[in-house]
Write a protein that binds this ligand. Structure first.
Ligand SMILES: [Zn+2]
Length: 256
């Protein structure tokens, strides 16, 4: 299946709810992409659906999915360099970044005839992975997409990418499949509030019992983003699922 990662997690929960055993289903491979996601999310998808999940990269302006794919090594996506020239630049200066550094991916098509695209700024942040891949392919690999150049949040003077929050959350076993980052204003300060779905087996009505978990999540997020966010624990399936790509950040600063 070719599936968006946030939907794969939702789908996995539904498969179980409907009483199917993922291990007995005929699927073997998922190609996941179209949405930045972490290694922790990939591992969850593999475990929950009992398949191998390979990262893929594409953009509708180029050809849709299939600009770069992971091989069986699952360690970076090979760009089809016979069809594209890939460059990575500093989004502020437009200059190439040093080898291995994160920057904005810029793509040029080589085989398109009707509508060639030259040095297209994708706004996607990634880096070239150093060295050669163990699979033997020689096309260079890009790392998983770290976010969008325009996704960056600045809270209390600290630059934060939503992917850092996902990484911290998805490594905690109590955390369910969905979360939402809200930007709020407290007094004159901008603050982050993270709503986190908790798995049923850890959720109890008495919120006092969950305070320990809430504190642990807040401190693990603080280690990652250097700002202590407000954390609200909510029940499984209580954050509305957006159709299509997941909405991870909501700005409520001018609405309160
Ligand atoms: Zn490879």
């Amino acid at each position: 299946m070719h599936i968006i990662p946030s939907f794969a997690l939702y789908f996995a929960a539904k498969v179980r709810e409907e009483g199917y055993d993922p291990a007995e289903m005929p699927w073997r491979i998922a190609l996941i992409g179209a949405e930045p996601h972490t290694e922790e999310t990939r591992q969850r998808i593999e475990e929950l659906l009992k398949l191998k999940a390979y990262n893929s990269y594409g953009l509708s302006e180029m050809n849709g999915p299939g600009v770069a794919f992971e091989c069986t090594e699952q360690n970076g996506m090979h760009v089809w360099e016979d069809a594209y020239i890939a460059e990575i630049i500093d989004p502020a200066t437009g200059e190439h970044v040093a080898e291995g550094e994160i920057g904005e991916l810029v793509m040029t098509t080589l085989t398109r005839e009707g509508m060639p695209i030259i040095r297209y700024r994708t706004r996607d942040l990634t880096r070239f992975m150093p060295g050669e891949c163990a699979c033997g392919r020689t096309c260079r690999r890009i790392d998983r997409i770290a976010g969008r150049a325009d996704d960056m949040l600045i809270i209390k003077g600290v630059n934060i990418y939503p992917m850092q929050i996902e990484q911290a959350l998805m490594s905690m076993p109590e955390v369910g499949q969905n979360y939402l980052i809200e930007l709020i204003r407290e007094g004159y300060m901008d603050q982050i509030k993270v709503k986190v779905e908790i798995k049923d087996e850890y959720f109890v009505e008495d919120m006092r019992a969950l305070q320990g978990l809430q504190k642990r999540i807040a401190s693990s997020l603080c280690n990652e983003i250097l700002v202590t966010p407000r954390v609200e624990l909510v029940m499984h399936d209580s954050i509305p699922k957006s159709p299509g790509k997941a909405v991870r950040v909501v700005d409520l600063r001018d609405k309160e």
